[in-house]
Design a protein around this ligand. Structure first.
Ligand SMILES: Cc1cc2nc3c(=O)[nH]c(=O)nc-3n(C[C@H](O)[C@H](O)[C@H](O)COP(=O)(O)OP(=O)(O)OC[C@H]3O[C@@H](n4cnc5c(N)ncnc54)[C@H](O)[C@@H]3O)c2cc1C
Length: 429
């Protein structure tokens, strides 16, 4: 309420006593004492924001080069060595400054640059995605957010037509080892039962799991929940790791990414002796540019798109929701194909998959299915969907039959190992 201030873009918070809470949410545990309703930002597709930020950066500066699947592997004085993990090539660059934005891997990257830092004390957080219409209906469009007795935060979140459950907060040294454990699954189920005691949840409802590591500052605290979620630019001056300064971006959240980026960019500009020329404070991102702000503007947009490109209004509207105003780019590039639904998954179109595969630096099938679309995460990846999407992707990326087969194998083993997802079991056709 304080931050919304005078602009008042969302209503104020409301407290409900037990009776009112149970009237509003009849499936809630009747032992509830009170509930509070408040408004917050939600980011249901953070991967798309990351991709659209990269698209914007490249559009803003012809010299910006996004290097997907390229890893910093070593350094020497002024030179930094990068390895192209697909082609195998080694690249040598001579930067004036290095920004280490490797999140939980920051210390590992600094070590390969020659500095033995201990900036990060990462914690693992896991989530479940459930196909559970009864629970989905019980929460409505609300995220249930509560604190367990030991201070751990638990959330039950409406993720499109699914329910996302999270999250744990467990110290971890090696971010590559972050996967959900059976104990975490049991813990999440026990938490759901505490809030909605008469709703049955079990492992057959799980369609996807994921686990990530928060790049938190290394701190000694009683519980992981007490570790600061703040961010900081840690500077290694020239001469300490390399002959040029190395700036490590420690901490940070999606909520505060713009402010942190601004701080980091200002620090870089100071080192380079340059002035800031642009502010990102009011800059719309990706498909947010020219976004129709109200219902009338939205209908005008849809009229124009349907008039120009054809197609059903509902489909165009769905694409507008998914890609914002970038939808015009998709319709322009793919024509009628942009409006032709996949036969295995009509909520996506053939042209949409082709457009993503050709314009968003897709190198592997998992880029497309895990990080450009929500297909795997929402448990939509059936064998038929995999075959249809993979065939379109292979055509766009010019993969041979052997490469396509290897990509499918890679994807399925990744889903099993990192997301504990057996697609035959969780998403039968
Ligand atoms: C479980 C969990 C829940 C969260 N919940 C929220 C939330 O509710 N709200 C919120 O605002 N934030 C949340 N966050 C925080 C947010 O997701 C992270 O803070 C944010 O993603 C960190 O971004 P980053 O770019 O610093 O690091 P990352 O997104 O981790 O990116 C680091 C990148 O560095 C790359 N890399 C590693 N080694 C090398 C190398 N040698 N060379 C080149 N690249 C390398 C990695 O491949 C990776 O792409 C959550 C995080 C987790 C893990």
């Amino acid at each position: 309420d304080f931050y919304a201030g005078r602009e008042r873009t969302v209503p104020r918070h409301v407290f409900y006593n037990r009776k009112a809470a149970l009237e509003k949410f009849p499936r809630l545990n009747p032992d509830v004492l009170f509930a509070a309703l408040y408004y917050d930002g939600a980011m249901p597709s953070p991967e798309r924001i990351a991709i659209e930020l990269i698209r914007d950066a490249v559009a803003a500066n012809a010299e910006a080069v996004p290097l997907n699947y390229v890893r910093a592997v070593g350094a020497d004085g002024q030179a930094v060595y990068l390895k192209d993990e697909i082609g195998g090539e080694m690249l040598e660059i001579r930067p004036r400054i290095v920004v280490n934005a490797a999140g939980p891997w920051i210390d590992r990257v600094n070590r390969c640059l020659g500095a033995d830092t201990r900036f990060i004390g990462g914690t693992k957080g896991s989530h479940l995605v459930l196909d559970h219409p009864e629970l989905r209906q019980a929460i409505g469009e609300h995220e249930f957010f509560f604190e367990n007795d030991d201070g751990r935060i638990v959330l039950i979140y409406p993720l499109f037509d699914r329910v996302m459950i999270g999250t744990s907060d467990i110290r971890i040294e090696n971010p590559d080892e972050a996967v959900i454990t059976e104990e975490e699954v049991d813990y999440f189920f026990s938490m759901i039962r505490r809030v909605f005691p008469d709703i049955e949840v079990n492992r057959s409802h799980i369609v996807f799991t994921f686990s990530g590591v928060r790049p938190l500052r290394r701190m000694q605290t009683g519980t992981t929940g007490q570790i600061s979620r703040d961010h900081k630019v840690q500077v290694l001056p020239a001469g300490e790791a390399l002959d040029v300064p190395v700036l490590s971006l420690v901490g940070g959240k999606w909520t505060s990414f713009r402010a942190f980026s601004e701080e980091a960019a200002d620090a870089v500009l100071r080192f380079l002796g340059r002035e800031r020329r642009l502010s990102t404070r009011d800059l719309p991102i990706g498909g947010g540019k020219g976004w129709p702000a109200d219902e009338t503007a939205r209908q005008t947009w849809l009229d124009r798109l349907v008039g120009r490109y054809g197609g059903e209004r509902e489909l165009v509207s769905r694409l507008l929701n998914r890609y914002g105003t970038l939808v015009e780019n998709l319709l322009e590039q793919q024509g009628v194909n942009a409006l032709a639904p996949l036969s295995s998954l009509p909520e996506y179109t053939r042209g949409e998959i082709a457009w993503l595969a050709s314009s968003e630096d897709v190198q592997h099938l998992d880029d497309l299915l895990l990080r450009r679309t929500m297909i795997a995460m929402l448990g939509r990846l059936t064998p038929r969907v995999l075959d249809e999407v993979a065939a379109i992707c292979a055509a766009e990326c010019h993969w041979s039959a052997a490469v396509l087969a290897a990509e499918k194998t890679r994807l399925l083993s990744l889903l099993r190992a990192r997301h504990r997802m057996d697609y035959n079991r969780y998403a039968p056709d």
